[in-house]
Design a protein around this ligand. Structure first.
Ligand code: CDP
Ligand code: MG
Length: 710
């Protein structure tokens, strides 16, 4: 291990001598103590002797951070090969890569790096590369054989995200091709077989490009490792033709579970009370609270700070630290930084902290038993975000977080009899979400027969057909369901939901791509406006400053442009740090969520680069917002709704009754016809990000849909 650190240190930039050495020594001690360290040799041998290996191990045992280093040391990166590790979540990819770079004593982005959508921290010298599963899928578009990888580790496979499932199918194919000898392999490429993207069977053009690809191909067999905290390895083993599996034993101390007497009507309130009970009455140890999303986390963060201020001056030693996927990466690391002696942390997390990110120091877990999940209505084809109960497996994982370093306590904010009613495990995402994105990606990879693709668990025919239909309507597919040229190819290249990708292409024709780039970037983050419970009225007034009577999309553009103007003013005379500080202050004054805004600005510059590369015409429609609204109608025609006599709306695509969310600028105005971008189901079907359109635009701009609908 030391050799690895030394080795990599030489390759990458080293860190400041004394401090660095001390830190490395501490880290080395921690690494030796990890449960996985005792089985390093066996694991490496297993990987050497098996093409595919399934590793199941307790969360925190060291799988994600250690195994890639073991394999690096064992020579799997010889000849410049790369070990790729996929994660379902951005946060995990980033935080783990940072940790491993630190363990190896190298600068992040050198031999250890990460790559996620809109953020690439790798270089030509990167050998251990953490990334999201979605990103590896996109890489396959450019390099169908994933030739630079000698090993691919699919981590957190139990989460069964849609990308993980598709990736598994793809990797199975890639592995098969790469395990053949070069001569046989080229034969497969030039001749027949009808096995999808890797066979080059389609037509002359594809065979030629396939052959070209073959020339640079790495004929090294691909090692595949499927890794997870709590999966049933048999199912994975069966899928991978009887692959071996191993267990890595963890270290788990007993955790006492407490339930509430009765169902709680307000779990946020109950969580708040529990946090302060623990803080005031229980022994030392950090607290981890599972919440459902950014908005809720920020609300609780605000409430905690307020409550702390009311405690006696000497007793204000609780620090709230948030962690959720869209948190900017420099802030994600805060959960790992120890607090000063005598203080304790309360970490407010989404289900990210269930298995993908292990935070040291946790002794208490508060679990309201809820999670925000994507769900999909097969009949309507509409996907929405809904807060649903966790599964039993998730509840067990959550409580386990309290017992990593010593005995712990878990407070479940629901009565004991509710636990028995929970589903055993979570339904794979592929069975409960819109497949358009995945179908588009598979088509771009040359998989034309989506139904025949070797999924671990097949998505339903109905949802595949719905997605094909949607892609056809968006113009991504031709009438015979092939990827269309150029629109389908362009859409597949954009790292966005097909509808957003299409919106950018349409906008270039409407001469308002500038506006649409801002819109898509702003829609890609969770919540731009900050609305603390206790200052709702003030935040509403602040929002008025930006709001447009036409709707939320233009309102978002106004926010973005105001931030542009502000930055323009201060940029001339300020340092980078000062700019950030000023921007944060500006955001605070305007009740804008500065984290989200910065994230959106980041995303904006990334997608702008993409559309520049694609050669789309980037123009602004200036003050002509009518054109822009027409463009919104042409892009999001599948999400149009008409007002009903009683003030609710009926979605035109499927007749579903929806309501404008109270936070929308159109909540009061209730125009006759609107388009929307997001459906959130709570007690009502709320639509968010809404803009007023003229109903007559629909048959004019989307005749492929509305001309036949009548
Ligand atoms: O993947 P698995 O859940 O088995 O464990 P891991 O993520 O490799 O974490 C191993 C250890 O590294 C844990 O003790 C974590 O607390 C620690 N770690 C850390 O201190 N900082 C990070 N950014 C990531 C992990
Ligand atoms: Mg892990």
């Amino acid at each position: 291990m030391a050799s690895n650190a030394e080795n990599m240190k030489r390759k990458g930039n080293s860190i400041s001598i004394d401090d660095g050495r001390k830190k490395l020594r501490i880290i080395e001690q921690q690494r030796k103590y990890l449960p996985i360290a005792t089985v390093e040799k066996e694991l490496v041998e297993k990987v050497q002797n098996n093409q595919t290996l399934i590793i199941v191990g307790e969360t925190g045992s060291g799988k994600t951070t250690q195994l890639p280093q073991y394999l690096f040391n064992a020579g799997f990166c010889r000849d410049g090969n790369v070990i790729g590790i996929t994660q379902p979540r951005h946060v995990a990819a980033v935080t783990v890569a940072k940790r491993v770079a630190e363990e190896c004593g190298v600068q992040l982005g050198q031999s250890v790096g990460y790559s996620i959508r809109f953020d690439d921290m790798t270089s030509s010298s990167t050998r251990i590369k953490y990334m999201t599963d979605g990103l590896l899928l996109r890489e396959a578009l450019l390099d169908p054989f994933l030739s630079k990888y000698s090993v691919i580790i699919v981590d957190e496979a139990h989460e069964r995200t849609i990308h993980t499932d598709v990736l598994l199918g793809l990797l199975k194919k890639v592995q098969k091709v790469r395990s053949q000898s070069p001569i046989e392999y080229q034969k497969v490429g030039t001749v027949k077989t009808n096995d999808g993207p890797l066979s080059g069977k389609e037509n002359g053009a594809q065979s030629a490009s396939f052959l070209k690809l073959c020339q640079g191909v790495n004929f090294l067999p691909l090692k595949l490792i499927i890794m997870s905290a709590s999966l049933d390895p048999r199912m994975f083993s069966e899928y991978f033709d009887g692959a071996s599996y191993v267990y890595v034993r963890g270290r788990q101390f007993p955790v006492n579970i407490y339930y509430t007497q009765h169902a709680e009507s307000d779990y946020v309130d109950a969580a708040m009370i529990t946090i302060f009970q623990i803080y005031l009455e229980e022994g030392p140890g950090d607290i981890l609270v599972f919440l459902t999303g950014q908005e809720e986390i920020e609300a609780v963060e605000g409430l905690i700070q307020e409550q702390i201020r009311q405690l006696p001056a000497g007793n204000q030693k609780l620090v709230a630290v948030p962690i959720y996927s869209s948190l900017p990466s420099n802030q994600q690391m805060k959960v790992f930084i120890p607090v000063p002696d005598g203080f304790r942390k309360v970490i407010l997390a989404t289900n990210i902290a269930e298995t993908s990110v292990t935070i040291p120091g946790i002794k208490y877990v508060i679990d309201p038993g809820l999670v925000k999940a994507r769900t999909y209505n097969q009949q309507t084809g509409i996907e929405s975000l809904v807060v649903v109960p966790t599964s039993k497996a998730q509840a067990v994982q959550r409580s386990g977080r309290a017992g990593r370093e010593g005995p712990g306590k878990c407070f479940r904010i629901y009565p004991e009899n509710e636990f028995a009613k929970l589903a055993d495990s979570t339904v794979p995402e592929i069975k409960r979400c819109n497949l358009s994105n995945v179908v588009l990606q598979l088509k771009a990879l040359g998989v034309d027969d989506i139904v025949g693709f070797d999924f671990m668990e097949n998505p339903s025919r109905i949802s595949i057909n719905k997605s094909l239909e949607e892609l056809l309507l968006l113009g991504a597919l031709t009438d015979d369901y092939k990827l269309s040229d150029p629109i389908g190819h362009q859409m597949a290249r954009l790292p966005l939901d097909p509808m957003y990708g299409k919106a950018l292409i349409v906008a270039s024709q409407f001469n308002c791509l500038e506006e649409m780039l801002i819109t898509v970037a702003m829609l890609s983050v969770e919540s731009i406006f900050y609305r603390p419970r206790e200052k709702l009225e003030e935040s509403r007034m602040a929002m008025k400053h930006f709001s447009s009577p036409e709707g939320d999309h233009i309102t978002l553009i106004n926010v973005y442009r105001s931030s542009d103007e502000f930055l323009e003013k201060i940029r001339i005379s300020s340092s980078k740090n000062k700019i950030l500080k000023n921007l944060r202050k500006w955001c605070e004054e305007n009740f804008i969520n500065s984290r989200s805004l910065r994230h959106a600005r980041d995303i904006h510059s990334q997608i702008r680069r993409h559309v520049e590369q694609m050669g789309l015409c980037i123009a602004s429609c200036g003050d002509d917002m009518l054109s822009f609204r027409r463009c919104l109608a042409a892009s999001f025609f599948l999400n149009a709704a008409l007002r009903q006599p009683e003030g609710t709306y009926r979605a035109l695509a499927n007749g579903q009754v929806v309501q404008i969310h109270p936070f929308s600028v159109l909540f009061q105005a209730k125009p006759v016809c609107i388009i929307f971008n997001e459906l959130v189901r709570t007690n009502n079907n709320y639509i968010r990000n809404v803009t007023r359109i003229d109903p007559l635009w629909l048959p004019e701009l989307a005749p492929q849909y509305y001309a036949t609908q009548g």
